[in-house]
Write a protein that binds this ligand. Sequence first.
Ligand code: FE
Length: 182
Amino acid sequence: MKKIILTFGISLFAAFAIHVASTNPEANLKKITNISNPDSLKEKSDLMESKINKTEQEWKNELTPEEYYVLREKGTERAYTGEFWNHFEDGVYKCSGCGEPLFSSETKFNSHCGWPSYFQPIDKSKIIYQEDRSYGMIRTEVMCARCGGHLGHVFDDGPKPTGLRYCINSVSLDFEKAAEKK
Ligand code: FE
């Protein structure tokens, strides 16, 4: 009998652990918005400001068809056709989905691959890294941490100091030129 109770207990714990592990951040966000405890309001407002949670229909209404295809459907623009693969002005590249500053011109390099390439993001915490096993390859997909928009992939054949190449779709970026130096 003890053995049965023990087995049941372990199974229950395992089921709970799996449930916790599979809970995604979006679901957490929804849960937090349902909390009526006033002490949690500060945390709630911070989260709502920092993360963007839109329906696919809202994204469709706001983005151009090209932006929607790349950002929301993880599409890829054709090499050497985007706005920024050969663009080397001083400034900041922001997410075209939500405006978050993601890459600086100071980390951009000419990779000759047909897409804008950077050896590091402005802040690693603004990027989500996820394994991508599509098309028979194992790659690391990079997404905007604020809106979840697909940006491109990161490879380990980049230059110093990181050795990384963030290969990003131009469509996923908007450029803000640096103020003229006087
Ligand atoms: Fe974004």
